[in-house]
Design a protein around this ligand. Structure first.
Ligand code: ATP
Ligand code: MG
Length: 253
């Protein structure tokens, strides 16, 4: 289980653009946190700091008390576009990271890759090339490719933004199903307020750079959640509209 601490971080890009000043965020082991905020407020920058791809000028980012580096074994990253290798079939795309890390023998790598492909519902598509898969299926392969490394901290940067509404909604349910089965800590970036409310234990709204957190809201909706039942709850809509107001304020700041 991975616990994440960001403490007193200042971060500015080399051109002097300050994105965070004295920014702190703590995510408990097993917690699902969604990050919301207007375009340009620093969501992707924060994810790059969380994964050690960017270093803060001041303050610290740590996983289980250890300063983060991009090689930290706890870390898994899911990008906005699936970025699969077009010449590798689904199974070999999922297996790729295990091969690179020289983890396990070839047969075990295939077995583990197949297990995660099945987990994302693509057991039958193992030998298909990316161009033979729909956008939603490609994103599932990308998810399996990250999960196969068995990260305990999953960082997701608008992973379903490119999907149609129906695929997106089923990927949201899938994400929760996998999260409750695998027990990771998740930081999930999205522009979509309803998606954040549906998924998260806590929604953090970023904005008003460089001050950082605008506000946060604990989402107390029962689990397991399903699109049909959860979205009908009056409290779901109360959370959404509270966040809508908050983001409008953040965009004006
Ligand atoms: N390499 C860079 N050099 C200078 N400024 C940058 C760089 N990358 C991003 N920025 C600026 O930092 C701010 C935060 O960018 P970031 O990409 O983190 O925003 P975001 O919240 O992820 O936006 P979006 O929702 O559009 O993806 C923006 O004002 C952006 O223009
Ligand atoms: Mg971004």
């Amino acid at each position: 289980m991975a616990q994440l601490s960001v403490d007193g971080v200042d971060f500015a890009y080399p051109n002097g653009h300050a994105v965070f000043r004295d920014f702190s965020l703590h995510v408990q082991a097993g917690e699902f946190v969604a990050l919301l905020g207007p375009s340009g407020c620093g969501k992707s920058t924060l994810l790059n700091l969380l994964s050690g791809f960017q270093q803060p000028q001041r303050g610290s980012v740590a996983i289980n008390g250890v300063a983060v580096t991009p090689e930290a074994p706890e870390l898994g990253y899911v990008f906005q576009s699936p970025q699969l290798f077009p010449w590798l079939n689904a199974l070999d795309n999922v297996r790729f990271g295990l091969r690179m890390a020289k983890r396990l023998g070839a047969a075990e790598q295939r077995e583990r890759a197949r297990h995660y492909l099945e987990l994302v519902g693509l057991g039958d598509a193992a030998h298909k090339l990316p161009y033979q898969l729909s956008g939603g299926m490609q994103q599932r392969v990308a998810l399996a490719r990250t999960l196969v490394m068995e990260p305990t901290l999953l960082l997701m940067d608008e992973p379903f933004a490119a999907l149609d509404a129906i695929s997106r909604s089923s990927m949201n349910e899938e994400t929760l199903r996998l999260w409750s089965a695998l027990g990771q800590t998740v930081v999930f970036i999205t522009h979509d307020i309803d998606e954040a409310v549906f998924l998260a234990d806590r929604v953090v709204v970023l904005g008003g750079a460089p001050e950082g957190i605008r506000s946060e809201l604990a989402i107390d909706l029962p689990r397991p959640r399903s699109q049909r039942a959860t979205r009908k709850l009056p409290r779901f809509h109360q959370y959404s509209s509270a966040l809508m107001d908050c983001i409008a304020d953040a965009a004006e700041a």
